[in-house]
Design a protein around this ligand. Structure first.
Ligand code: ATR
Length: 285
């Protein structure tokens, strides 16, 4: 659809932003549904976050995704924060609703849908999460409500402990935390159903690294690596070789994008279109 004076503008803010897949996914989705929307990427430095959000108001930008490193910093400039985003102090989606800026976080629901839409249920399962950073927090918030047992291991154990304390208090579920040490990883993996890597280990240019020794992987495990660059990480390759089920990081990216799309447009996201656009682009680069 041609851009006109009526086109609703959405975008993503972050720094760096050059490699974002969001414009590719969202513009493909807008085109597929013939929505009069357009999506751009804006490089916003940390010192400019407040100005960027003032700009969103002034220019009547309809929606924004927020990526690294601004997911926490945007919060104080918004009018309302939904309970998920508030608990984990992280906003990845902003909706401009008649001048009021509403903050959401779709990373957790993105992770849950990535698993469930690929026939992996979390209810009643033991989940082992590696990492306690921004993405890990969102995943932990959503998945620990569903799981039977949820274990968070992080290189900085204090962050894992803080996250588990917040979630335990909120949901009264079996949630444990500890250090990302070989012993704890091995012990917890032995009876885990789902392993999620939410650390940056294995991301290009360190794609020869993996957070898990191959001999600890097993056929009855589902492995979701949120790293999608490279498309198939060393962890995913090893898990596949061990007979485990693999969920690619692109799936979480697509489903968090789909949830943001639905917040902005109130239309059901064309997930297949978004997947095709993201994968086409990743395969080209
Ligand atoms: P994101 O928003 O993508 O989650 P982040 O908030 O910077 O990014 O979190 C990165 C995660 O990867 C953290 O859990 C980090 O551990 P620390 O909390 O100890 O920093 C983890 N991480 C990064 N590099 C790592 C490494 N080499 N080994 C283990 N964990 C690592």
């Amino acid at each position: 659809m041609a851009i006109s004076g009526k086109t609703k503008v959405c975008g993503v803010i972050g720094d760096p932003i050059e490699h974002t897949l969001s414009p590719i996914m969202h513009n493909a989705a807008f085109r597929a549904l013939e929505l009069d929307f357009a999506f751009l990427a804006f490089k916003v430095q940390a010192t400019e976050v407040g100005n960027a959000i003032s700009g969103m108001r002034a220019l009547n930008i309809h929606g924004l995704n927020v990526t690294m490193p601004h997911k926490n910093a945007v919060i104080k400039f918004l009018d309302e924060i939904d309970p998920t985003a508030k608990t984990i102090a992280s906003v990845n989606t902003i909706l401009n609703k008649d001048g009021r800026l509403l903050g959401f976080n779709t990373d957790g629901v993105g992770a849950l849908n990535a698993l469930e839409q690929n026939s992996v249920t979390i209810r009643g399962k033991k989940v082992l999460l590696l990492g306690a950073g921004g993405a890990a927090k969102a995943i932990a918030y959503t998945l620990s409500q569903e799981s039977d047992e949820f274990v968070i291991l992080n290189r900085t154990p204090k962050l894992a402990a803080e996250l588990s304390a917040i979630l335990k208090q909120k949901f009264n579920k079996k949630i444990k935390a500890g250090a990302f040490s070989p012993d704890l990883v091995k012990d917890n993996l032995a009876d885990a159903d789902v392993l999620i890597n939410a650390t940056s280990v294995g991301m290009k240019p360190n794609d020869n690294q993996t957070p898990i020794l191959p001999q600890w992987l097993k056929p009855d495990l589902t492995v979701m690596d949120i790293v999608y660059n490279p498309l198939e990480t060393k962890l995913a390759k090893n898990a596949k070789a061990a007979g485990a089920k693999i969920i690619s990081g692109v799936e979480m990216l697509i489903y968090q994008g789909a949830a943001s799309f639905e917040i902005w447009t109130a239309c059901q996201a064309p997930v297949e279109v978004m997947r095709k656009a993201a994968l086409n682009h990743l395969q080209q680069v």
